[in-house]
Design a protein around this ligand. Sequence first.
Ligand SMILES: [Zn+2]
Length: 179
Amino acid sequence: MIAGHFGFAAGVKARAPEVPLWALMLACQWLDVVFVPLYAAGIEGLTPVESGHYGQVVIHADWTHSLLGAIVLSAVLGAFWRGRARLVIAAVAFSHWVLDLIVHRADMPLIPGGALRFGFGLWRWPIAAGAIELLLVAGGGALYWRAALATGARREANIAGVAVIASGLLTLALNLAGL
Ligand SMILES: [Zn+2]
C-alpha cells in the first residue's frame, strides 16, 4: 500500500493542524523508509507471486513490519517530537502497520522471526485493494481540503486537491497494471 497511507496522513493533518504535513507524510511511510536500507543490505526482501505487479509480493520484513518492530520504530520517530505531536506522529507511523495488515498476504509476524503471521491478503483482489486505497486517498484528501479551506488556506487546499487526484490516478494505474 502506498497512496492509502498518504491519504490517511492527509486526513490526520485536518485533525492535527499543528503537526507539519511533511512530518505526517514521512510518518505514514516510516516503516517502508526504514525497509529501503534493510532491503539494500539484503536483511529484508520481497518475493514476487503471480504476475509480480504492484501488491503481487510476499514481503520478508520482520524488523520493520513485525508488530514489535512497528511499535519500536513508531516510538523512535515520535521521540523526535514534543507534546501532542509526539503521540500523533507515533500513531500515524503505527497506522502503516494496521493499513498494511489489510493488504499484505499473511507475512507480518508479531515479533521478528515469529511463526504466527498476519495479513488479510486483500492484494489478492487488486480491485478491492485499489478501492480501499482510493477511499483512503479521497477521504483523507477531502478532510484535508475542507480543513484547509476553513482556515482560508486556499493554496494548500488546491495543492491537496491536485495531490488527491494525482495519487488517486496513480493508485488506479498501478492496480490496473497489476491485473
Ligand atoms: Zn509497508
